[in-house]
Design a protein around this ligand. Sequence first.
Ligand code: FCB
Length: 448
Amino acid sequence: MQLFPQSFHWGAATSSYQIEGAAFADGKGKCIWDTFVEQDGAIQDGTDGRVACDHYTYYRDDVKLLKELNFSHYRFSVNWARIMPDGKDRVNEAGLDFYKRLINTLNEQHITPMLTLYHWELPQQLEDEGGWLNRDTAYYFAEYAERVFREFSAEVPYWITQNEPWVASRLGYGEGVHAPGKKGLNHFLTAAHHLLLSHGLATERLRAMKQTEQQTGIALNLSSHYPADDRLSSQEAATRADGFLNRWFLDPVYKGTYPKDMLTIYEKQTDLSFLQQGDLEQIQQPIDFLGINYYSSDFVESSPVTTENPTGSKPVQTSLPKTAMEWDVYPDGLYDLLVRVTNDYGKQPLYVSENGAAYRDEVVGGEVNDEQRADYLDQHLQSCLRAIQSGVDLRGYYVWSFLDNFEWAYGLSKRFGVVHIDFTTLKRTPKQSAYWLQAFIASQRVHS
Ligand code: FCB
């Protein structure tokens, strides 16, 4: 059997709002998701994350479970509003204490923490001042990042600034389906720019403070885009779709530029005056790794440019198997992506910082037989292994998600966990896919 490197991270991933609950406990401030879930119709099944998995109470049991399942690493996010209820100035010690307890528990169990500073929990106070449309938010983020780093850098070796700035800006400010529910192309691009700027500002500060052992990076949601057929228009649509999702974020981070073709497209439709002198240099900071969140890929063709579709490209229906999100299962897209990022942006440490699938799981006789998820994970891990064999410096894989949780606009009904949560009793039941992973990880450990 071909093995993964012995230092490979076998990780599980979660985020604060999605699992913690305790939305108003111990001095936590309101974040934009606390507000968004109160709006009529914002969440498909009418649920919210007020309690979620109540990880805030059960974190010790959850860490124990991570250990039992053989995970070596755990990626989680800290909630800005729990630590700084107004987003700036005042620190809530009780909030810091919760994360201190969590991190200590992880380290006691020899599970290495990877901490995400922003997984979309913007303090409502900052949203009231304009949120990510306000340039100042990027500077407040850098202050907050520095405060958290000062507190935890001795115990946490892996740091992620922003999680999926495309989702935060596009779905939150462009399409209005995520918090804070704003719309428009200009809002999307402005928010995206400030999120990227916040990454650059925070990375510069963390690098100035760090000792050799801490690594900093960013997690981007990336996909492969293929032309749906051999028409030239489909090929061009695939290039635009790639520019929209991937290059608009990768280029500034790695090259200190926005892609020219996309600038031309956007300039025709809106003004880009948010971009100030020196911003792109600020965004292009050296990073130690890139986190890639991969779920699916798209086969696209050309379509008319509209307000909702600024790039004039749309995915076509395929005959590929689908998850409960209706996302295509396409593991080759992950292989292609890992190779492509390496070729286009240089060989560097990569992590698959999220990968997984939602299925309609049920507990039957105390068990969840989610064979489809185990297959999904197996196929994507095979893509990872192939990428390593092709020379990609892939250093770890974090399954999304450790626990079933609050899946944003879909609510509690889309289950991504390898551990089932009964949201009434909060009982945790590892699914068959968790036991499959447990055995897979064990099979990779060679004792010398
Ligand atoms: C990603 C998010 C994560 C989760 C998965 C399914 O976009 O980072 O919080 O919602 O999708």
